[in-house]
Design a protein around this ligand. Structure first.
Ligand code: ATP
Ligand code: MG
Length: 184
């Protein structure tokens, strides 16, 4: 399937059948099940390194493609988003890269953005990203994403306006945490 080809090779095997919900907190597991049954809803997955955020985002992405064939869903890693901003700075609105083009064409989409905090943002990149997210928000786009940072920590590396645009395109936040050990 064309959409799945955009997933980096090492992520293609991940899906909901290979994710062990028993390894995460019971309340979180319930939110994850809900997330996977309504993949159209936009979710930000927070949590420690290696807890399974990317695995869950890929699972949601695949569920979304399977359940909502009419939806435009796109997978982007941090490097892919950085490349979009670089190309936009280089070419401008006459030859915009994919996401800017979809916004210009007024085609709403659901962006799957893995590792959104991994991108270093200069002041001009922050402003460019704000323009993109602002256009997306006005179109009714959604964003599902992963990050190791809390929203407060993200606020330290992103401008407040940019962070606001992100949160406006979310339906929920899931903090993925390990299953606590049995009480002694
Ligand atoms: N509950 C789980 N069930 C099955 N596999 C898991 C689970 N949690 C993590 N893994 C596996 O562990 C590896 C790391 O998971 P993943 O890349 O999703 O973590 P992450 O939270 O995105 O980490 P990072 O913060 O470094 O991006 C992957 O191979 C993933 O398939
Ligand atoms: Mg990850």
């Amino acid at each position: 399937m064309a959409l799945l080809r955009r997933l980096p090779k090492q992520l293609r095997e991940m899906d909901s059948t290979t994710f062990d919900l028993g390894r995460i907190d019971v309340a979180v597991a319930k939110s994850v099940r809900d997330m996977l049954t309504t993949p159209q809803k936009a979710v930000l997955l927070l949590g420690e390194v290696g807890i399974g955020k990317t695995h869950l985002l890929v699972s949601k992405f695949k569920q979304h493609i399977a359940c909502c064939v009419r939806d435009e869903v796109l997978w982007y890693g941090a490097d892919d988003v950085a490349e979009e901003l670089r190309l936009m700075a280089l070419h401008g609105p006459e030859d915009p890269p994919r996401l800017f083009e979809l916004v210009a064409l007024e085609k709403p989409f659901h962006l799957y953005w893995d590792d959104l905090d991994k991108m270093k943002l200069s002041e001009s990149a922050d402003a460019q990203l704000f323009r993109l997210l602002n256009g997306m928000m006005l179109l009714g786009c959604r964003i599902s994403a992963t990050t190791n940072m809390s929203l407060d920590e993200l606020g330290e590396i992103w401008s407040p306006a940019l962070l606001r645009r992100l949160t406006e395109m979310l339906d929920g936040v899931i903090e993925v945490a390990e299953q606590k050990g049995e009480a002694a």
